[in-house]
Ligand binder design. Structure first.
Ligand SMILES: Cc1cc2nc3c(=O)[nH]c(=O)nc-3n(C[C@H](O)[C@H](O)[C@H](O)COP(=O)(O)OP(=O)(O)OC[C@H]3O[C@@H](n4cnc5c(N)ncnc54)[C@H](O)[C@@H]3O)c2cc1C
Length: 433
């Protein structure tokens, strides 16, 4: 008997760990409810995880398979389940955040020689797109050139049926907790994700390169919350988009390349979790005033575009890429709020919250030393709203007090001009060394 340990790959389609497990024998699936992850996140994100775990269990059952669910530390749970079921091998899709690497090493030590790691979380695995000298890239453009030139991964079908397996009598499959979410959740599970992909490819992909940048997030796929839990294979999504073809498809797949780049950056530099990519930027004169932080977090700064973004995020768990850049720039460059605190709070509000993509986004927008984003590029928050929400409808929806106008609707928590001058003075000093 083999075990498939699902982590950020809550799917049956294009799942190399599942395919390899079934190639060598009967297999059951396992999801471990890891307190180190679940206790450090929010009800909305736990609810989303549980609902997708439930959907995976149903997908297994519909094909005669079984998904076990156990709570506890993976390095204790896996050896226990392996002993109970007489498991020969455990197959899992590789993850590469610092915690995942720590966890997986401990599980490997507890099950020596019995773990098999497979790709599948990304299109091209972190650590595989390397510079000629073997090191990781720090700038997107050269990374993306190599990425586009790399051979496409081989896609895998979901199994039609699971081969018969035997379990000890009355073996408990384990309960999946239910938790209320404070935001409406999208439909869970891979069938819903695949359907959402089809609709996006048909209706929006052809114009994606022209419509992707709006603050209302209307021209985009909103598939990120499926990608984050691996409910949808990014490898399959990219293949299908490229089959549609055109400029929209090329641009969209390039965004999936940004996702891979984010994973790669964190793989090579785990210190990004807590320290600016270029540590000199830790020297900015951070503002530890919790009133400004709370105003930012709850959309009460008085600046319509910032408040609309944060209110939308609080109310829905989603925000456009443009909106994410705006609020991260405001927090880091203008309000000088400690970026680590903002990044964590922001990630926990996002249904698609992901260490690698969020860290990359905060580093990039905050000018903390990733890629070529220059420190002196500071958004004008009025023009951002006017350009990316020209009719003010999105602003008006989330900040009715603004009447859809981009100008502050009350005295802002910080003086924007003074803040810009203060940031640029400090940043120039750091950049000059
Ligand atoms: C400050 C900041 C924080 C962010 N935090 C996250 C996060 O926690 N999780 C997350 O998945 N994305 C994050 N992003 C990236 C991006 O904003 C979202 O992936 C995207 O807005 C999700 O919407 P979508 O699925 O409609 O994207 P689409 O525009 O349809 O793009 C398709 C997919 O490409 C990937 N993608 C798109 N843009 C990026 C990007 N800039 N970096 C990495 N991957 C990208 C996502 O998987 C996305 O689903 C962040 C960006 C910024 C600026």
């Amino acid at each position: 008997m083999n075990l498939v340990w699902h982590r950020a790959d809550l799917r049956l389609h294009d799942n190399p760990a599942l395919a390899e497990a079934l190639r060598t024998g009967p297999a059951v699936g396992l999801v471990v409810l890891d307190p180190n992850i679940l206790q450090n996140t929010t009800p909305r994100r736990r609810a989303w995880f549980y609902q997708n775990t439930q959907a995976l269990r149903e997908a297994y059952a519909a094909r005669g398979g079984l998904l076990l669910v156990r709570s506890g530390l993976p390095w204790e749970v896996l050896p226990r389940v392996a002993a109970e079921l007489g498991v020969q091998r455990v197959f899992a899709v590789r993850n590469s955040t610092p915690y995942a690497r720590f966890r997986d090493q401990k599980v490997g030590e507890a099950l020596p020689g019995r773990l098999r790691w497979l790709p599948g979380q990304y299109i091209h695995e972190p650590g595989t797109i390397v510079k000629p000298d073997g090191g990781g890239y720090t700038v997107f453009t050269p990374y993306s050139k190599r990425w586009w030139a790399a051979p496409e991964p081989v896609l895998l079908e979901a199994p039609a049926h699971f081969p018969p397996f035997s379990l000890p009598p009355d073996y408990d499959p384990g309960a999946i907790p239910q938790e209320a979410s404070d935001v409406p959740l999208p439909p869970a599970g891979e069938a819903a994700a695949l359907k959402a992909l089809e609709v996006f490819l048909r209706d929006k992909l052809p114009h994606y390169h022209q419509t992707r940048d709006g603050l209302a997030g209307e021209g985009v796929s909103r598939l990120s919350y499926y990608f984050t839990l691996g409910v949808l294979s990014p490898r399959l999504a990219a293949r299908k988009a490229l089959q549609v073809g055109g400029e929209g498809a090329r641009k969209w797949v390039n965004e999936l390349c940004w996702r891979d780049f984010s994973g790669d950056l964190l793989y090579h530099r785990p210190q990004m979790m807590t320290q600016a990519f270029d540590p000199r930027w830790e020297g900015l004169p951070w503002n530890h005033d919790s009133e400004v932080f709370e105003a930012w977090l709850h959309g009460q700064t008085g600046i319509p575009v910032v408040d609309a973004c944060m209110r939308e995020l609080q109310a829905t768990g989603f925000l456009s890429n443009r909106g994410r850049m705006v609020v991260a720039q405001f927090a880091v460059k203008l309000a000088l709020l400690p970026w680590q605190k903002c990044e964590r709070a922001f990630r926990n509000l996002l249904l698609d919250g992901d260490n690698a993509s969020n860290l990359q986004g905060w580093h990039w927008a905050g000018g903390l030393g990733v890629d070529a984003a220059p420190y002196f590029r500071v958004f004008n928050l009025i023009t951002q709203a006017e350009t990316h929400d020209p009719q003010g409808l999105w602003l008006k929806r989330w900040v009715p007090e603004s009447g859809g106008r981009a100008q502050p609707y009350k005295t802002p928590v910080i003086d924007l001009d003074a803040a810009r001058r203060r940031y640029l003075a400090a940043a120039e000093g750091i950049a000059r060394g």
